[in-house]
Design a protein around this ligand. Structure first.
Ligand code: HEC
Length: 524
């Protein structure tokens, strides 16, 4: 029966340590914290990187704008603007037509690109934040001399760098610095040719500085948000996870307890089933013993009467008063034969009693509750004797034993219990009178015992469930429904199995298989 539903494994009660001991939950907690921490650092780094990138992009745009205006100016070889207190003639511009007068007498002065840049830069500083200026390592205007950071950048440009980015602390706070080179073009030559500039040379650069504080403020806001989001996710998942584990734990423990209770109940039922089968046995055995004991004791009564009559006759003989008539009156001839009959009969009866007791002892063999190579045929025979009373009014027993059956390693008392179960069930399955055939046999590695009855048989639905614990077709109170379930367990423990074939109205055949090379006790 391979489709037999599995019994609850005995180890189901042992709750996993991870569930039982909450300390273990710290492990996923630590993992989760690590994951959240890692994500947070990555995110924060990204935010920092991103805001620097945005700031640098701003500086680049500033550079492009300044370059555009400068190129526009340079393409005109400088432009003229009216002289104002803010826009005075550039003392460094050495140009023949630096200062002009319009036809109506307004003073005009030429503004070269560098000067224009300086003027716009002045406006930008007053506008807030961004500072940019044109520098060179060898300036015309001394104030245009590059500072330390700018010098390093200019040297880098000469080595081929296209831009430099960096931070630097200053009296106004941390600064983000950006610088890109200025290439000498044809249009520059009109004023710078004297310095030995050549087209394509890098002779200076435009540096853009902005305060880091506003950028950092924006970054901080982003970081704060990310931290909050991470903390929320951490706490939420932690809470949910913990609650879920707590529920799981409680369920598990409850279940374990239930299973424990069930196992206990199961144990009790097994015990009561054992008691019930002992009851059946006891009733049968009592009946078997009662009968001979009954007639032995009535024989004793008769023998007592006979001895009284004999003693009287012997007394009369001794006194010499006994006559033939006395012997006839005492029915002496009959007495002679009946006494020996009664004694033989009583001895037979007592032998029967001692045979029953011996069978019973053989059957249980409780003193040998260990594995041994047993003769199955002998076991069947003694079991048949023990349950004879249950069967004899119901069925003829036909024996078809395999004379060559090898000995089988088993717990004989338990196998006897299974056979008894099958025999009693077979007897119960027979309504009027029938035949119970008990066979034994063996083939490749297996020995088998078969109990076939000509009883009612079973429907396929019933057949499917007969090995389930507590399943019974007997009226309530007449059987625990554990007999076959226990038999199944016993045979499984021996490494064997039980087959059933049944046909309603024609009878049922159980065949139990036991491995010849006994597996020894199989853990169940
Ligand atoms: C109209 C004349 C004129 C033209 C055209 C001109 N510059 Fe200048 N440039 C000057 C003068 C004068 C200075 C120095 C003083 C100042 O105005 O800051 C200067 C300063 C500079 C500086 C700053 C370092 C220093 O020497 O003080 C750089 C760099 C520079 N010019 C590059 C260029 C490039 C590149 C071009 C072509 C795109 C160019 N200039 C076109 C006149 C000119």
């Amino acid at each position: 029966m391979t489709d037999h539903p599995l019994k609850t494994p005995a180890n189901a009660r042992s709750t996993p340590l991870v569930i039982r001991e909450r300390v273990w939950w710290l492990l996923p907690l630590v993992l989760w914290a690590a994951a959240v921490g890692l994500s947070l650092t990555l995110q924060v780094d990204k935010i920092r990187e991103q805001s620097t990138l945005v700031a640098v992009e701003g500086a680049r745009n500033m550079f492009r704008m300044v370059m555009l205006t400068r190129n526009w100016n340079a393409s005109h070889g400088g432009v003229y603007v009216p002289v104002t207190p803010e826009t005075q003639p550039n003392p460094y511009l050495d140009h023949p037509r630096r200062d002009l007068k319009t036809s109506d007498g307004v003073a005009m002065t030429m503004v070269n690109p560098a000067y224009m840049t300086r003027l716009i830069a002045g406006m930008a500083v007053s506008d807030g934040g961004v500072v940019f200026r044109l520098t060179s390592l060898k300036p015309i205007r001394p104030a245009n001399l590059a500072d330390a950071w700018e010098s390093r950048s200019l040297e880098a440009f000469e080595r081929g760098a296209t831009e430099t980015v960096g931070t630097e602390s200053s009296p106004q706070g941390e600064l983000l610095r950006y610088m890109a080179p200025l290439k000498v073009q044809e249009s520059c030559m009109s004023c710078h040719a004297r310095q030995g500039y050549k087209v394509g040379d890098i002779r200076g650069g435009l540096s853009v500085s902005q305060r880091l504080a506003p950028i950092e403020a924006a970054t901080r806001a982003g970081v704060r948000q990310t931290v909050l989001a991470h903390a929320a996710a951490f706490v939420l998942v932690l809470g949910l996870g913990w609650a879920l584990l707590e529920i799981l734990r409680r369920r598990w423990l409850e279940l374990a307890e239930k299973i424990g209770e069930l196992e206990e109940a199961h144990g009790q039922l097994l015990q009561s089933e054992k008691m019930a089968s002992i009851g059946v046995l006891a009733a049968g055995v009592a009946h078997e013993i009662n009968n001979p004991v009954g007639f032995v004791s009535s024989n004793m009564g008769a023998l007592k009467d006979y001895s009284k009559t004999m003693v009287a006759l012997l007394d009369a003989c001794r006194a010499g008063k006994a006559t033939e008539a006395d012997f006839v009156a005492a029915d002496f001839d009959y007495l002679k034969t009946d006494i020996s009959d009664l004694i033989r009969e009583s001895r037979d009866g007592l032998e029967r009693v001692s045979k029953i007791v011996a069978d019973l002892k053989d059957f249980s063999r409780l003193d040998q509750a260990e594995w041994q190579e047993a003769d199955l045929n002998a076991g069947i025979e003694c079991t048949l004797n023990v349950v004879r009373n249950e069967i004899k009014y119901k069925a003829e027993v036909v024996r078809e034993y395999d004379a060559e059956l090898p000995r089988v390693p088993c717990l004989p008392a338990q196998i006897n219990q299974v056979v008894m179960n099958l025999l009693v069930n077979a007897a119960h399955a027979i309504d009027e009178r029938g035949i119970i055939t008990v066979r034994s046999g063996h083939d490749a590695g297996w020995a088998w015992i078969e109990v076939a009855d000509t009883g009612r048989g079973m429907s396929p639905e019933v057949k499917k469930r007969i090995f389930d614990p507590f399943y019974t077709t007997k009226p309530a109170g007449k059987g625990t429904g554990l007999g076959l379930s226990i038999s199944y367990d016993i045979v499984s423990k021996h490494g064997g199995h039980i087959d059933v074939t049944s046909e309603p109205g024609r009878g049922t055949t159980f065949r139990l298989w036991l491995p010849l090379k006994g597996a020894g006790p199989v853990a169940s």
